[in-house]
Every structure is written in C-alpha cells, then in structure tokens.
Ligand binder design. Structure first.
Ligand code: B12
Length: 186
C-alpha cells in the first residue's frame, strides 16, 4: 500500500523553523510521505499543495502568536477549492497570552480544524491519531479524486498567492497552555 501524503508548514509570516524540521523528520519516520512547505506559508499555498499531491491531511504550525488570525477561514478555503475531505490539524503556540488551552482549542475547532495541539504534545500520539483519522475519513483504500480542473485552478491560484494578514495582537507568553492531546470535533 502507498504512503499517505501529508502537508506540513508554518503559517503566515512566522519564521520559526526548528519545530517544522522536527515534524518533517518525525512524520517521515512514521511512514508518511511528507511534503514540507517550510516557513511563511499562506493558506493558499497549503491548499494548492494538498490538491497537487492528493494529500490526506494538512498539519499547520503557528509559533509566533498570530495563529488565530492566520488560520481564520482555512477550512472555508479548502471547501471553496474542492479540497474535501481533508484532515486539518493545527499546533504550536497558537495565541498570545495566558489563554487556557481549552479556550484555544475551541477557537480553532470553530474554524474547522479537526484537532488542535499544545506545543508539548507527544508526537507519537499525534501520529496514531492521524492514522486513525485517515482511516476514518478516507477508508483503507479510497482516495479523494483530484480533477484536472481542480489542478488547473490550483495552479492558476498559486500564481497569485494571497499573503496571510499580519496581526494587531500584542506579544505575550502562553506557556501555561496545558492538555497535550488534540481532541476530535466529532
Ligand atoms: C528560536 C526562537 C526564535 C528564533 C527562530 C529561529 C528559527 N529559525 O526558527 C527567532 C529569533 C527568529 C524568533 C523570532 C521571533 N519570535 Co521566537 N522563539 C524562539 C524560541 C526561543 C524557540 C523556538 C523553537 O525553536 N523551539 C523548539 C521547537 C522544537 O519547538 P516548537 O517550535 O514549539 O515546535 C514543536 C511544538 O510546538 C509542536 N508543534 C508545532 N507545530 C505543530 C503542529 C502540529 C499539527 C503538531 C501536532 C505539533 C506542532 O511540535 C514541534 C516539534 O516538537 C521560542 C520559545 C520557546 N521556548 O519555544 C520563541 C517564541 C516562539 N518566539 C516568540 C516570539 C514572540 C517571536 C517574535 C514575534 C519576536 C519579535 N517580537 O520579533 C519573532 C517572530 C518572527 C517571525 N516572523 O516569526 C514567542 C511566541 C509567543 C506566543 N506565541 O505567544 C516565543 C514562545 C517566546 C516567548 N515566550 O515569548 N524566535
């Protein structure tokens, strides 16, 4: 059986690259085909890459505190571009300030993310959840069909990439966030 493709990247104007590299190495070692878009990735670039590679999941990272703004409308864009079904995970230091993790999690789930992860999450657990979610959403052999139209549209869009917006949120620390396990919306 072929490997499941997943997309990784750090969203917005965020340049924190260390965690991204670790995620790439880890998920590769877990048997996924990883397409790593690196840092400073727009929503459109994530969606284009997922369509082009027939990916099963997009794992978005945000470390610099502006995740809430950068991730706004992510699921809507996927649906608009015909990227459905797709598993959306998000993790890192998602907001600025001492916001309880349950509040952060709720915010990102409302945006359509399937699971939301604290920075201290056990990656082994994430890989297990991801394998389960892929099985549940795509079945063991079924694949989302990417139409030629969809690929063309995606290529056209990537020539005119919208950048994620910067944010007005003030800088702070959210290291008190707890609850390492992402939970499913279902
Ligand atoms: C190194 C660093 C920098 C370096 C980055 C260099 C580089 N090439 O990466 C530099 C100096 C450039 C930098 C800049 C800034 N930084 Co900085 N930085 C850090 C620091 C000290 C370490 C980050 C790191 O590498 N951690 C190690 C890796 C392994 O951990 P990680 O990134 O958290 O990733 C793991 C997890 O989060 C998780 N994860 C991440 N994404 C995802 C996604 C999914 C789906 C899952 C499951 C898990 C997951 O898994 C990863 C691997 O284990 C942190 C503090 C800290 N201790 O985390 C601050 C920190 C992230 N930075 C911070 C800030 C504010 C900034 C700046 C805005 C500062 C400024 N005013 O200029 C800028 C932003 C610049 C930009 N455009 O991005 C804040 C963010 C605060 C917030 N979110 O509330 C932090 C937390 C420091 C703090 N306590 O205030 N930074």
């Amino acid at each position: 059986m072929g490997k499941d493709t997943i997309i990784l990247g750090v969203i917005g104007l965020d340049c924190h690259s260390v965690g991204n590299k670790i995620l790439e190495l880890f998920f590769t070692s877990e048997g996924f085909k990883v397409v790593n878009l690196g840092v400073m990735v727009s929503q459109q670039e994530f969606v284009d890459a997922a369509i082009e590679t027939n990916a099963k999941a997009i794992l978005v990272s945000s470390l610099y505190g502006h995740g809430e703004i950068d991730c706004q409308g992510f699921r809507d864009l996927c649906i608009e571009k015909g990227l459905d079904p797709i598993i959306l995970y998000v993790g890192g230091n998602l907001v600025v300030g001492k916001t309880p993790f349950s509040v952060v999690e709720e915010k990102f789930k409302k945006m359509g993310f399937d699971r939301v992860f604290h920075p201290d999450v056990d990656l082994k657990q994430v890989a297990e959840l991801l394998k389960q979610d892929i099985k549940e959403k795509f079945g063991s052999s079924s694949k989302r069909q990417v139409t030629k139209d969809q690929t063309n549209q995606s290529n056209r869009n990537s020539q005119n990439k919208p950048q994620s917006q910067g944010s007005q949120i003030t800088r702070n620390n959210q290291n008190d966030m707890k609850e390492p396990n992402g939970s499913n919306t279902k």
